[in-house]
Design a protein around this ligand. Structure first.
Ligand code: URA
Length: 308
């Protein structure tokens, strides 16, 4: 046995080993080429495949990426920084950043422009009805401006219209509205027309989702002008969303209710949202305490004991 043949055998075996090695190298090269040409996972459904309704729902429900939710912050900071933090930043056009995102193209004047031009409540209501500043105008049936004349000096402000309000164009006409009407008529001894009732948003968010920061940032110009024109003695925000928006804070309602706040010289007495009270009737007593506080601030006397 020649030492050159090596421990594995003769020259024939060496040749077949070389052939096997060449074959392996060719296979590996071919496999690598196939991997590079792999088309990957099947493509996601393209936009033209979505029907119009689905596209609209996706656009409206998509979080407003342009406006970051203000981070959770302690409820009590300096007033100016709190109010700044609660309002989305503006672009040079005056529109809050991100308000026109997700493919929606706004039309007409901004709410800030329209509200500033409205000399009275009638003109303001017409501007609200014509508003196409955010995507909610595509899904709403009616805008919901206000109810009541406000002779008592008390103004209730809710969060946004629901399905019933969107259908009728009047705030608080559904189940929560029936409870609010009872509070006004049976509790406060007033007619519904003696107070004013409005919302932060004038259009219904689809599916009753929470209003987006960009939507509130736009619509607040209408509410601010509405408050100026109604000129209430006391504002009663109903629920955490309205209270935090009006006070420019981020805090649980429990930290905000049961006391009188001031906003630009106006008194604000937050209380529970009637929809919450329908689910948690044990808190109705506390809500009644808040309402009595608001009445006292507005100089409205609670009804006396029933006459015999
Ligand atoms: N909830 C609200 O906040 N507003 C309405 O108008 C109705 C229900």
């Amino acid at each position: 046995m020649s030492q050159e043949e090596g421990p594995e055998g003769g020259s024939g075996e060496v040749a077949s080993l070389a052939l096997a090695l060449a074959h392996t190298i060719r296979r590996r090269l071919a496999l690598g080429a196939r991997r590079t040409a792999d088309p990957g996972p099947p493509p996601v459904r393209s936009r033209p495949d979505l029907d119009a309704r689905e596209r609209l729902e996706r656009r409206v429900a998509a979080p407003d990426r342009g406006v970051a939710e203000s981070p959770k912050r302690p409820a009590y900071q300096a007033e100016s920084s709190r109010r700044e933090a609660a309002r989305p930043a503006s672009t040079p056009s005056g529109r809050p950043q991100g308000a026109a995102s997700n493919g929606f193209t706004p039309e007409g004047p901004t709410p800030a422009e329209a509200a500033a031009a409205a000399a009275d409540l009638g003109a303001l209501e017409a501007s609200v009805a014509a508003c196409k500043a955010c995507a909610l105008c595509e899904s709403r049936h009616r805008t919901v401006f206000m109810d009541g004349k406000g002779t008592s000096g008390i103004m209730f402000v809710g969060e946004a219209p629901g399905a019933d309000e969107d259908r009728e164009g009047v705030p608080f006409v559904g189940r929560a509205g029936a409870l609010l009407t009872d509070i006004i008529t049976k509790g406060m001894g007033l007619a519904r027309a003696d107070v004013t009732i409005a919302n932060v948003l004038k259009c219904r968010p689809p599916g009753n989702r929470d209003p987006l920061p960009g939507e509130k940032g736009l619509c607040t110009a209408f509410l601010d002008r509405q408050i100026e024109l109604v000129n209430p003695k006391v504002i009663v925000p109903l629920g955490r969303h309205a209270a935090c928006h009006l006070l420019g804070v981020d805090a649980p309602l429990g930290r905000l209710r049961a006391r009188v706040h001031e906003r630009e010289g106006r008194k604000i007495v937050p209380t529970y949202h009637p929809a919450y009270l329908l689910r948690s009737p044990h808190d109705k007593k506390k809500a009644w305490e808040d309402i009595k506080l608001a009445m006292a601030e507005a100089g409205v006397s609670p009804p006396g004991p029933p006459q015999r």
